[in-house]
Design a protein around this ligand. Structure first.
Ligand code: PLP
Length: 411
């Protein structure tokens, strides 16, 4: 059984997605959509993508049976899909390789991208170096200060990092600056977007390139267990690792798909980044989705300890899957994610990304009550090396913020 829906011609998943952009961008997006649809099933294109996935990224990523964790929790069997072992340490490279190969086919020599914490910027600068393309990364000034190590990484890889001093000097300001660049330079430039968000064709294209996770898993599950998993759990920021992980299983009634949003300090505090759990539909960055928004529909403040999950919107396909009941969405706090981060490090000798630790934390709640025959697969979207330098500070900050909230609300 496979998924029972398609994205519409104008880029909608039900009421979500679409193309909500200024008129000059419409032909630019149409050219990208045309190229994507032309090449995605082209045998030469697929062969080249598979070559880089195998020899450059190191795929397939292993499916690891977490024996210690399984025995310790005493319920369902837990497997980890090891996207953390990819080159550059996360799933993002699956998408950046796909998009840069497309850019190459389109005859483009210049790549631009936005980045918040820097992870997508690093993945983009990496492939730009490999393919010998000029690379410009837009980053809010505040983020360049917080993530100066990633700025250095991108520069080492040959990218130019533009420090954006407009607006709130954050990710949103960086996206706006990148879009202005695209409008001015669309003849020579490809905008390489980092998650399953943005106007069509980006959510569909990112799903396509990330679906390699799911395709590998199908084969690995057949080898190891001879059947599909009962539960599949992934963290959801924009939603690219989750949609790629779910892809082959969408519409399969035997498999429960669970997306984990970041509950930050707790949903009740408002300090979270969980729009499906606690927000209404709205428009951000050219598409419609569940969105944390102000009274006049502007994207609102959001917060998570995991910078990769700290986004007020979410992919349109996830918004749709939620409404259709094809996947379930839950939320996990900073504190539970921190516990899972420490737990996996000790239990299995694997330090997970703090983003992925959100998915793990939910698996740790789910597993103990389950029959021993049940199977849970967690998508380990990235490794935690990037977090070890900052986790102590952010952990302290999260506890301080929560204590302040509790005091103000008399708890
Ligand atoms: C960027 C990132 C995420 C969040 O992005 P999605 O598009 O939701 O997958 C999750 N995990 C890691 C390790 C990341 O780097």
């Amino acid at each position: 059984m496979s998924k029972q829906y398609e994205v519409s011609k104008d880029g909608f998943y039900g009421e979500y997605g679409g193309v909500f952009v200024p008129p000059p961008l419409i032909p630019v997006l149409e050219r990208v959509a045309e190229a994507f649809n032309q090449y995605k099933d082209n045998p030469d294109f697929i062969e080249e993508y598979n070559y880089y996935m195998k020899d450059y990224v190191g795929k397939p990523s292993p499916l690891f049976f977490a024996k210690n964790m399984t025995e310790d929790l005493g319920g369902a069997k837990i497997y980890l899909k090891r996207e953390d072992l990819n080159h550059t340490g996360a799933h993002k490279i699956n998408n950046t390789i796909g998009q840069i190969l497309l850019a190459k086919r389109m005859g483009v020599k210049r790549i631009i991208a936005e980045t918040g914490a820097g992870q997508h910027g690093v993945a983009t600068a990496t492939v730009a170096a490999q393919f010998g393309m000029e690379c410009v990364i837009y980053m809010g000034e505040l983020d360049t200060i917080k993530q100066n190590l990633n700025v250095f990484r991108m520069e080492l890889l040959g990218a130019k990092v533009v420090c954006v001093k407009d607006g709130d000097r954050d990710l949103k300001a960086a996206v706006d600056a990148a879009l202005m660049d695209l409008v001015a330079n669309h003849d020579t430039t490809f905008y390489l977007l980092g998650s399953a968000v943005g106007p069509y064709p980006y959510p569909t294209m990112v799903h396509h390139f990330q679906s390699i996770i799911s395709k590998e898993l199908k084969v690995q599950m057949a080898e190891k267990e001879g059947r599909d998993p009962d539960y599949m759990i992934a963290c959801v920021g924009g939603g690219s690792n989750a949609i790629g992980f779910f892809s082959e299983y969408i519409g399969n009634d035997d498999v429960q798909l669970i997306g984990v949003e970041p509950a930050g300090l707790g949903i009740e505090t408002g300090e979270h980044a969980a729009p499906i759990t606690d927000a209404d539909p709205g428009v951000i960055h050219g598409f419609k989705c569940y969105l944390m928004q102000t009274a006049d529909g502007q994207p609102d403040h959001c917060y998570s300890i995991a910078s990769g999950l700290d986004y007020p919107g979410v992919g349109p396909e996830h918004s749709f899957l939620n409404d259709e009941g094809l996947a379930d969405y839950v939320a996990v706090t900073d504190f539970d994610a921190l516990d899972a981060f420490r737990y996996l490090s000790k239990a299995e000798g694997i330090i997970p990304a703090i983003e992925s630790a959100h998915a793990l934390a939910y698996a740790m709640k789910l597993a103990p009550g389950q029959d021993k025959e049940k199977i849970i697969v967690v998508n380990l979207s990235g490794r935690g090396d990037k977090d070890v330098g900052t986790i102590l500070d952010s952990e302290k900050l999260a506890y301080e913020l929560k204590a302040k909230y509790d005091e103000e609300h008399g708890e």
